[in-house]
Design a protein around this ligand. Structure first.
Ligand SMILES: Cc1cc2nc3c(=O)[nH]c(=O)nc-3n(C[C@H](O)[C@H](O)[C@H](O)COP(=O)(O)OP(=O)(O)OC[C@H]3O[C@@H](n4cnc5c(N)ncnc54)[C@H](O)[C@@H]3O)c2cc1C
Length: 518
């Protein structure tokens, strides 16, 4: 926890200063709670003593798993020795937690005597200043305070609003909401053990029992806790989960190694205000809404910069106050389309995604004050503002705030070097701002035999991925060749597809037989 002057942000070698402080606050709070029981804690010494005593008496020691809803080992065993690789299959295998019907005890009346602790010294929790961070004042601190008391207060605030809990639908939240975030902000408390995920789960079940109807996984709040357990289980059962090499569930992709692009992203100078504002929130708050995390992770990897997901993961790991090994790696694998999710052409636009929620750009103005006077017409694309407007807003693009072109490459090689054939042409068109074929959006919400989903194609056949429908019909993407005149029915969800050729036709590779022969 000692300061590392070589790190790119204030903090130790691995943890940013915000997470260090959050941990210290949590420890102080724990200390106070335990002191109120009139006993000094020394858990490690106590644990070892109990274990030693038990083993010498021939008693087996059982250390229960309680950080997660389920024991990852049990799930893997139930699934035939391998972790389930989709959320749906995880939920199916997991079922209900065995402890769910018995209420979790939340009060401790007394602690056993610690007894002799030998030469161990019990000292109070140090402050950040005592750890060597004297100049802490100059940094903006996260608004979230560490500790169990704060965790329980936040939890109560959320669950007291029964309607909000009952209607919670993750993808519908507003990622730009900062006065009152759209989700619980309990992740840092779960990470540090200030809040039990099992207690959280039971509180949610209590709310569900008392309302007429409520949302369900994957979008409900219980669904969010199941995502957490899903990633813990896969991480636990996958060797080299935190890297591309040697990770059997990770696609091997030739990411680029451009440290300049990485630095522009990390330091909030890509020139895209929506992306940069999120990166400032990461640095200052150590927490961002889930969809905001999606946007910047997609942008760094498959969306724009094509930088290795492991590099982005490292930045998150350092700066997030909720940084969690299994969840962070799992989500980076997901967002970079390296595992779990493979629709790399579903990209979060750095221009229009944020605008949907926050047309006035208040979120950007808050985290990037240099743009606070930019008229709303230009706030998401300030480089398009006429010079007179930039002058009036006291923000000249290229001088006071970067132009995107400097940091963000636009050639197809930089975006998706592995794309070939017609996929390459589609991507090229996309980079020029054209959605030539609308191929990514089959017509119709869910294809049936009577009203099939129409997929457009330049050529007589193309690869299509069926993601299933909403809710129960959702499934892992199933890839198949869709051919002209040959409708296809998805074997999993029975969605029906047909191909409409809107280009020159013929085979997709090589564009016609002539070119295939020399
Ligand atoms: C690239 C990327 C990296 C991420 N890194 C982390 C991380 O290091 N630590 C972390 O806790 N979350 C991480 N997440 C997941 C998610 O964004 C956060 O858990 C969530 O935003 C925390 O806010 P909340 O507590 O208000 O969530 P709520 O929506 O209120 O959800 C309640 C709890 O469910 C769990 N949860 C919610 N979403 C997810 C998810 N997608 N995966 C796993 N568990 C989830 C969290 O424990 C969360 O506290 C990451 C997401 C992305 C896209």
């Amino acid at each position: 926890m000692e300061p590392d002057p070589k790190a790119f942000s204030p903090g130790s070698t691995r943890a940013g200063i915000n997470r260090i402080r959050f941990l210290l606050e949590s420890l102080v709070d724990l200390d106070l709670s335990l002191k109120s029981l009139a006993r000094d804690p020394y858990y490690q010494a106590l644990d070892i003593k109990v274990k030693d005593y038990a083993s010498s008496a021939g008693i087996e020691v059982f250390s229960p798993v309680s950080h997660t809803l389920f024991n990852p080992e049990d799930i893997i065993q139930k699934n035939g020795g391998k972790p389930p690789l989709s959320y749906q299959s995880f939920v199916k295998v997991a079922g209900q937690p065995s402890w769910a019907s018995s209420p979790i005890s939340t009060t401790i009346s007394s602690l056993p005597c610690v007894g002799e602790i030998g030469s161990c010294e019990i000292s109070k929790v140090p402050t950040v200043e005592e750890l060597g961070y004297e100049d802490v004042e100059q940094y903006e601190w996260t608004p979230f305070r560490g500790g169990e008391s704060e965790a329980l207060k936040r939890l109560r605030e959320s669950i007291n609003n029964k309607e909000w809990v009952a209607n919670f639908e993750k993808p519908k939240g507003d990622p730009s909401a900062i006065v009152k975030p759209a989700t619980t902000v309990l992740s840092p408390y779960l990470k540090f053990g200030c809040l039990s995920s099992r207690y959280f789960y039971q509180c949610l079940q209590d709310v569900y029992k008392n309302v007429r109807k409520h949302t369900s996984p994957p979008v409900s709040l219980v669904g969010q806790l199941l995502w957490r357990d899903f990633f813990y289980t896969v991480a636990f059962g996958t060797p080299n989960f935190d890297q591309m090499r040697g990770n059997r569930i990770c696609k091997q992709i030739p990411w680029n190694d451009d440290n300049e692009l990485l630095a522009a992203w990390r330091e909030a100078r890509t020139g895209y205000p929506w992306i940069d504002a999120i990166m400032v929130q990461l640095r200052k708050w150590g927490w961002m809404h889930h969809l905001a995390r999606h946007c910047v992770a997609c942008f760094l990897t498959r969306g724009d910069l094509f930088v290795h997901w492991e590099k982005g993961r490292d930045v998150f790991e350092r700066l997030l106050i909720d940084s969690d090994w299994a969840i962070n790696n799992g989500n980076w694998l997901w967002l970079s389309c390296s595992s779990f999710f493979y629709q790399y052409n579903r990209i979060y636009s750095p221009l229009s995604f944020g605008k949907k929620y926050d047309p006035n750009g208040n979120y950007i103005r808050h985290f990037l004050p240099v743009l606070k006077d930019m008229p709303k017409e230009y706030i998401y694309e300030p480089w398009t503002a006429p010079l007179s407007v930039q002058t009036k807003a006291k923000c000249i693009i290229g001088r006071d705030y970067p132009k995107p072109d400097g940091a963000v490459k636009k050639r197809i090689e930089d975006v998706m070097p592995i794309a070939t054939g017609h996929e390459r042409e589609e991507l090229e068109a996309e980079l020029q701002g054209k959605d030539v074929l609308e191929i990514n959006h089959p017509v119709g919400p869910f294809g049936t035999k009577e009203a099939p989903a129409v997929v457009k194609s330049y050529y007589d056949k193309r690869i299509v991925g069926c993601p299933g429908g909403e809710g129960e019909d959702e499934h892992d993407v199933v890839w198949f060749w869709l051919e002209k005149g040959k409708p296809h029915e998805c074997p999993v969800c029975s969605q029906y597809f047909v191909l409409e050729v809107v280009g020159p036709g013929g085979p997709p590779d090589g564009h016609g037989d002539d070119e295939d022969h020399h």
